[in-house]
Design a protein around this ligand. Structure first.
Ligand code: GLN
Length: 557
């Protein structure tokens, strides 16, 4: 980590807006994160903000199959998956100030208008909405004490949706011209039938950006291959910048390659130059040694992720589980293994239980978080199978709740046990809403019924969880409505399941496991550990799961 206390602080805070040209999905979130990592490695205190142009006030109400994972911040705010990229690349904990949507911005403007805070003047879309955006950006900078604040503007240049955010960038740059940089991430296609890299779409995106009063200082040119000098010159000429400021951003093997790749074209120093910052050395050595580990491992583990939500037409929706996938990558690298993930649809097991046999071929099985009833009976069959056949199992949130349901049904003799989420009239609702939450549910105050954000948890001496964390007290992020029903704790524990993590008052069951003497690894958590894993600081439970999967495979051979 750069020691920001030992380096001299930049005079005035600097801001970098990252905007996208040509099309969506070219990796603005990773680009923003990678720029942050480079500047941080130079010793600048860096923070990152995501602007999502949706009307939704937060990401909690967005369907993950449409929007990707809902990333929960420490303070419980439900945000976009890019916030997870920032936290992972920068190894920071971001507050809700660093995420805004159109809905959130308008909500605040309207609240202030109702509160007479505009003192009777006409409140206008421009400048009042962009001014609120700028106020939030400055607030986030202050909270982080950041030398450099990155602002990723969601959507693509030329869209109607993000126009007020681009206007905010323009107004901000007009106010403090030397302290604001604009980085445009663009796409440079190589059409198959032409076989040549075409810069025209980028030229159009640049003009479109000019039309809202902005000029890119740096262009990151995403393409399948690196840009040659000729293409760089062409983009430079038509987009009004010097060719050194056109940065090659070719496809790379892993998102973690991106910072070093940008540095090949000297991006960090260029940004310092644009912002008038004294140049400092970039030091990505710790980062690069992690990246090397992700590539050099020779042992490969096969891990199955069992659940629903995997397919959208012909495509696997891995974005829904991005933090889980990244956490596995981190733990794999630090365990010197590679992991191949397979997504298995649990509904298949409901149709044909003999298919469960396929689970035997895996070195570990995971059930990630989820909602609703689809595929749940199949998941329960899979959990029973891995429990009885000693396949390492790791359940996250719903994956822990269903682990308790399975155990209640098949080991504690509670036939018909289920979560109240699926059946409110169940005879044995072993997973249920806590009484205080029930009241809110009847008032349809759903927002208030989720347990969101960080909560403390105490670990039981001698447990698998305690050994993994190496300490007794932890805190983890949550996002769920249901809990283990206190009325069934005794019956389930008498049957052998151990609740090795609980809330400090002992009311809420946070971790369930089987003792190490009984199973290679059978553990589920009510929280979402995937939100805390970092490339250079992998999560202890993912580490333990991957280690168990690796040992299990070694023993099989
Ligand atoms: N559906 C479950 C609940 O609301 C689990 C949620 C999750 O897995 N994030 O409690």
């Amino acid at each position: 980590m750069p020691a920001d206390t030992t380096t001299s602080r930049a005079a005035a805070p600097k801001y970098i807006f990252v905007v996208g040209g040509v099309m969506s999905g070219i990796g603005k979130g990773v680009a923003t994160s990678a720029i942050g990592r480079i500047l941080q490695s130079k010793g600048f205190v860096t923070t990152a903000i995501k602007i999502d142009p949706y009307i939704n006030v937060d990401a909690g109400t967005m369907n993950p199959t449409e929007h990707g994972e809902v990333f929960v911040l420490e303070d419980g705010y439900e945000t976009d998956q890019d916030m997870g990229n920032y936290e992972r690349f920068l190894n920071v904990t971001l507050p809700s100030t660093n995420y805004m949507t159109t809905g959130r911005v308008y909500q605040e403007v309207i609240r202030r208008e109702r509160n007479l805070e505009y003192k009777g003047k006409n409140v206008q879309v421009v400048p009042d909405v962009p001014l609120e955006v700028i106020r939030r950006i400055e607030e986030a900078q202050k909270q982080a004490g950041a030398d450099v604040t990155l602002i990723e503007v969601g959507g693509t240049i030329g869209e109607y949706e993000n126009i007020l955010f681009l206007e905010a960038a323009r107004m901000f740059k007009q106010k403090i011209p030397g302290d604001v940089a604009i980085v445009m991430l663009s796409y440079v296609p190589i059409p198959n039938n032409i076989g040549e890299m075409k810069t025209k779409p980028t030229q159009h995106a640049s003009r479109e950006l000019n039309s809202v009063g902005l000029q890119a200082d740096v262009i990151l040119a995403r393409a399948v291959t690196p840009l040659d000098a000729k293409r760089k010159e062409k983009i430079a000429l038509f987009c009004n910048i010097s060719s050194e400021r056109v940065i090659s951003a070719p496809d790379v093997q892993s998102i973690y390659d991106v910072p070093s790749n940008y540095e090949k074209d000297g991006l960090g120093d260029i940004l310092c130059e644009v912002l008038g910052l004294a140049k400092r050395k970039t030091d990505l050595s710790d980062w690069e040694s992690f990246v090397a580990k992700t590539k050099n491992a020779t042992q490969e583990l096969n891990i199955a992720v069992v659940g629903k939500y995997f397919m959208s037409g012909e495509y696997v929706l891995s974005d829904v589980y991005i933090s889980v996938i990244e956490s596995i990558k981190h733990a794999a690298a630090h365990n010197d293994v590679k992991v191949k993930l397979a997504y298995l649809d649990s509904e298949e097991y409901e149709k044909d239980p003999t298919k469960l046999e396929e689970l035997k071929a895996y070195d570990g099985v995971m059930v990630p978080g989820g909602f609703g009833s689809r595929g749940v009976e199949g998941i329960l069959l899979a959990i029973k199978y891995v429990r009885e056949n000693n396949v390492p199992y790791f359940g996250l949130c719903y994956g822990m709740q269903l682990m308790v349901v399975e155990y209640a049904r098949n080991k504690a003799g509670l036939e018909g046990a289920i979560t109240a989420e699926i059946n409110k009239e169940a005879i044995h609702p072993v997973i249920d809403i806590m009484p205080d939450q029930k009241e809110k549910m009847t008032k349809q105050d759903y927002g208030g019924t989720m347990r969101l954000g960080t909560y403390p948890c105490n670990l039981k001496e001698g447990s698998v969880a305690r050994a993994a964390y190496g300490k007794a007290d932890i805190s983890e992020r949550h996002r769920h409505r249901y809990e283990v029903n206190p009325e069934y704790i005794k019956q389930v524990t008498d049957a052998g399941l151990v609740f090795s993590g609980t809330s400090p008052d002992g009311r809420l069951m946070e971790i369930a496991e089987l003792p190490a003497s009984e199973h290679p690894f059978f553990l589920g958590v009510q929280f979402h550990p995937e939100f805390l894993s970092r490339p250079l600081d992998p999560h202890p439970l993912f580490m333990a799961f991957i280690a168990a999967a690796s040992a299990y495979t070694a023993a099989k051979k």
